[in-house]
Design a protein around this ligand. Structure first.
Ligand code: NAD
Length: 257
């Protein structure tokens, strides 16, 4: 779709779902890709001519290792996709402090650490590209509107939304853009967790819940990983050169009304 020839991209949580689709789409657009996850996605990385690394996004030491790899082996970094994330649906009364901290740790601290450690590397090559370097953070419709039973997840995705805007302000002088992406419910492992969570809360069966969730998207269905990967490729490319600090909502119209 867009020409990302010569660019080097890092995608966290790239072992499956939106992260895997994003790695495929960025590679198809010409980027060299570094895929990281709790277990290195070796087969997918090899099929894309990229690299696979083991990384826990909550570990600062892992970020240092991954950035050293990007610099020394891949040749630098132009695109960071902070995609790794966890979902939680539990009533407030059943949400433990440990639950809350686990969700904030992966969904928020992981993004903070990624931006902090990648920024120096992104800055080194940013002037090579008309649209500079690009950080893309996965927020959610849950970072825009609330819903019952998902307070920890909503708080984390709302934090990603505003963290992204501050990154945009602070990193603009370095020609690094930062934007957030806000998917509706997408058909992935996490999408199944969303269905199971709403199913348990409503007492409806999974199939009925799936239909109800599909209908909450005015376009009439849940999203596909490729819908999100396409948006991320756009934000990674020079076609979005004047976008920073923005929220790209890809939700089939769910939050339009
Ligand atoms: N699927 C949806 O409906 C949906 C909707 C809105 C936003 N999102 C967001 O999109 C992103 C990707 O979601 P998905 O649906 O592909 O989820 P998924 O559960 O299918 O995949 C998430 C990946 O993140 C990895 N991961 C989890 N914790 C990690 C950690 N500490 N360090 C490194 N990797 C870790 C997992 O191993 C997994 O491969 C998430 O940030 C999610 O919150 C998803």
């Amino acid at each position: 779709m867009q020409d990302l020839d010569g660019r080097i991209a890092l995608i966290t949580g790239a072992g499956r779902g939106i992260g895997a689709a994003t790695a495929r789409a960025l590679a198809a657009a010409g980027a060299k890709v570094i895929l990281t996850d709790l277990e290195a996605p070796v087969a997918l990385a090899e099929s894309l001519g990229g690299w696979a690394l083991t990384q826990d996004v909550t570990s600062e030491a892992d970020w240092e290792t991954v950035m050293a790899f990007a610099r020394d082996t891949a040749g630098g970094l132009d695109i960071l996709v902070n995609n790794a994330g966890l979902f939680l649906m539990k009533p407030l009364s059943e949400t433990s402090l440990a639950d809350w901290k686990r969700i904030q740790s992966v969904n928020v601290e992981g993004v903070f650490l990624g931006a902090k450690h990648a920024a120096p590397l992104l800055a080194e090559r940013a002037s090579k590209w008309r649209g500079g370097a690009s950080i893309i953070n996965l927020s959610s419709v849950a970072g825009l509107v609330g819903s019952a039973g998902t307070s920890a997840y909503n708080a984390s995705k709302g934090a990603v939304r505003l963290l992204t805007k501050s990154l945009a302000m602070e990193l603009a002088p370095l020609q690094i853009r930062a934007n957030s992406v806000h998917p509706g419910v997408i058909e992935t492992h996490m999408g199944d967790e969303v269905v199971a969570g709403f199913s348990a809360a409503s007492g409806m069966g999974d199939n009925e819940t799936r239909v109800a969730l599909a209908q909450r998207h005015p376009l009439g269905h849940m999203g596909d990983v490729v819908n999100i990967a396409d948006a991320i490729v756009f934000l990674a490319s020079d076609r979005s050169a004047f976008m920073t600090g923005s929220e790209l909502v890809v939700d089939g119209g769910m939050t339009a009304n």
